[in-house]
Write a protein that binds this ligand. Structure first.
Ligand SMILES: NC(=O)c1ccc[n+]([C@@H]2O[C@H](COP(=O)([O-])OP(=O)(O)OC[C@H]3O[C@@H](n4cnc5c(N)ncnc54)[C@H](OP(=O)(O)O)[C@@H]3O)[C@@H](O)[C@H]2O)c1
Length: 343
């Protein structure tokens, strides 16, 4: 079997670490795992794909000989290094927002629009984490009933803000219980305390009152489902949960809906499962969907607020389906479809 040389930009971060783990878990055919990060991490040793690898600083020459580079280092760094990587014949899969809305860049969830990979021009974008999880539930229902509009409220874990988010929640919990912490003064990446709190504010506010994170759900949904008519209103909330995003969705459809058909649409779609026996206290939660490849749908019911409406609750590990897993699945699909420049 042919093996591939793969670069991981942001290998020391929350997403980068999961990419390494998933390449191993899914037995991706790796010839070389090149771990790249900032100068701060250069020289660090990390076990990856069977070898002890030394992390290198990302430079314009870092991509020589690579088949694929998965970027998870923020939009600024993607924008800085993407051209150099592309010139070195390396296909980029990017977890940041840098290219998501670029008309020449496919924005891909493999189970939904993997066929778009055939048209890639060297860069493929991974969707925003909440959008990817929400669409795993919405897409099969859209195919069955035709999605008209939806309202979403997200409950986003602290690891969605990176490795620092996890440290911060840990430190604030310890401080609350007067447990000695590593550093009493952790500079916050959140605008308010996150332990024992909810913060209805992720990313910057725009003039219309929505945040940029909320607009990603609207814009990326339209692009991935290839439908400009779908209307979306979203409220994004950071919650004191370490891992896995939860989303409450109320959706209206073109055709009449019923719960048995909705259940069968979800059951027939890979990447999502129904975990929905409310009377047996069975519904998805972050604790039972962390480190799971599949997203869970529960609380599925007719929505009393619409003529043809469904309400449901979906939970997915945003570090996996919202980032690392989706990126590795894209890499697998590129190989399957023979869409790598070096094939
Ligand atoms: N966390 C999630 O759930 C999630 C979900 C979807 C998408 N994303 C996106 O994925 C990206 C990474 O997020 P994260 O949560 O993993 O953040 P993170 O934990 O803060 O990690 C950031 C990574 O970027 C690296 N980096 C920083 N400056 C760099 C530079 N100049 N050159 C090369 N590497 C550099 C860091 O390396 P050092 O260790 O050397 O600083 C680190 O490896 C972001 O674009 C984020 O929006 C994250």
């Amino acid at each position: 079997m042919k093996k591939y040389r793969i670069g991981i930009v942001g290998a020391t971060g929350a997403v980068g670490q999961e990419i390494i783990h998933l390449l191993e878990k899914r037995e991706f055919p790796v010839a070389e795992a090149r771990l790249l990060a900032s100068a701060r991490s250069a020289g660090r040793e990390i076990q990856a794909c069977g070898n002890l690898e030394v992390v290198k600083e990302t430079t314009f020459d870092s991509f020589n000989g690579l088949d694929i580079a998965i970027f998870s280092a923020g939009a600024k760094n993607t924008l800085e290094f993407a051209e150099a990587a592309s010139k070195q014949n390396c296909v980029i899969i990017d977890n940041s927002s840098a290219f998501r809305m670029d008309k020449d860049v496919p924005l891909v969830v493999p189970e939904i629009n993997g066929d778009c990979l055939e048209q890639h021009k060297g860069i493929i974008a991974n969707p925003n984490c909440s959008t990817a999880v929400a669409l795993m539930g919405l897409y099969p229902l859209h195919k069955r009933f035709g999605l008209k509009r939806f309202f979403a409220s997200t409950y986003q874990a602290v690891s969605g803000a990176g490795a620092e988010g996890v440290i911060l929640l840990d430190e604030q919990i310890k401080q609350h219980f007067s447990i000695e912490t590593q550093s009493a003064q952790v500079e916050s990446i959140f605008p308010h305390p996150i332990a024992f709190n909810l913060i209805p504010h992720i990313d910057e506010f725009r003039a219309d009152g929505y945040t940029k994170e909320e607009l990603k759900m609207r814009n990326e949904t339209k692009k991935i489902l290839n439908s400009q008519n779908i209307r979306v209103s979203c409220t994004c909330v950071r919650v004191p949960v370490y891992r896995a995003h939860s989303i409450s969705i109320n959706a209206e459809f073109d055709s009449p809906v019923n719960v048995p058909d909705a259940r069968s649409a979800l059951e027939d779609f890979s990447g999502v499962e129904l975990w929905d026996i409310p009377n047996a206290q069975r519904y998805p939660m972050p604790l039972n969907y962390s480190e799971k490849e599949i997203c869970g749908v529960g609380r599925l019911r007719l929505d009393h607020g619409f003529e043809n409406g469904l309400a449901f609750w979906i939970v997915g590990d945003q570090l996996w389906k919202g980032a690392a897993l989706n990126a590795v699945q894209i890499a697998e699909e590129l190989i399957e479809r023979k869409c790598l420049k070096t094939l």
